[in-house]
Design a protein around this ligand. Structure first.
Ligand code: SF4
Length: 197
């Protein structure tokens, strides 16, 4: 067997391991967060969560077509900076939000899991688009390479459906995540799109 084939098989067996390790990770996360903390510091927790929710630092991480819509969110027309989530970082160690934008294939899975594990806690994941949610148009019988949902690998906090979802949908996903972190919905900004834009 040639070396290239061998290394591909290694990647695939590691992917299987990752899927087994993270299968059901969402339910485990729920169990952990349900456990009462030893010391409850309600006010400081609320302040920290408010800060976290309004300064999410996404990881620069795009997989395919949905990533173009994600990039649009950072541009002037949609301007994620209004919600404090525009500081895309090139390192997982400086990020607390992974937006999985695009198709996750089996070869990419080990890299995705490694990046997730390198992010400091608390960390959040948004599955953007039908591919990241459930394999999208590749969820067919003949498919042998696409992971049918990133939640098979890592726990997901918010799902943004669409093929691709519009940038407004991703912004709504970020607002939903802020609501999940703080427990309350922030008022929407009052500025409207200019006429004819
Ligand atoms: S959901 Fe659609 S737009 Fe997004 S990555 Fe998949 S095929 Fe592309």
């Amino acid at each position: 067997m040639d070396e290239q084939k061998k290394s591909l098989l290694n990647v695939h067996s590691y992917t299987k391991e990752c899927i087994e390790r993270y299968d059901g990770a969402s339910s485990q996360q729920t169990k952990t967060s349900d456990a009462p903390p030893l010391i409850r510091m309600k006010l400081s927790d609320a302040i920290f969560n408010l800060c976290r929710a309004n300064s999410l630092w996404p990881l620069t991480f795009g997989l395919s077509c949905c990533a173009i819509e994600m990039m649009c969110c950072g541009m002037a027309r949609f301007d994620m900076a209004r919600y404090g989530a525009e500081v895309f970082r090139p390192s997982p160690r400086q990020s607390d939000l992974m937006i999985v934008a695009g198709t996750v294939n089996r070869k990419m899975a080990p890299a995705l899991v490694t990046l997730y594990e390198q992010m400091p806690a608390p960390r959040y994941v948004i599955a953007m688009g039908n591919c990241a949610m459930a394999g999208g148009p590749f969820a067919v019988e003949a498919n042998y390479d696409v992971v049918l949902g990133v939640d098979k690998l890592i726990p997901v906090d918010v799902y943004v459906p669409g093929c691709p979802p519009r940038p407004e949908a991703l912004i709504e996903g970020i607002l939903q995540l802020q609501e999940k972190i703080t427990g309350k919905r922030f008022p929407l900004p009052q500025n409207k799109m200019p006429e004819g834009a």
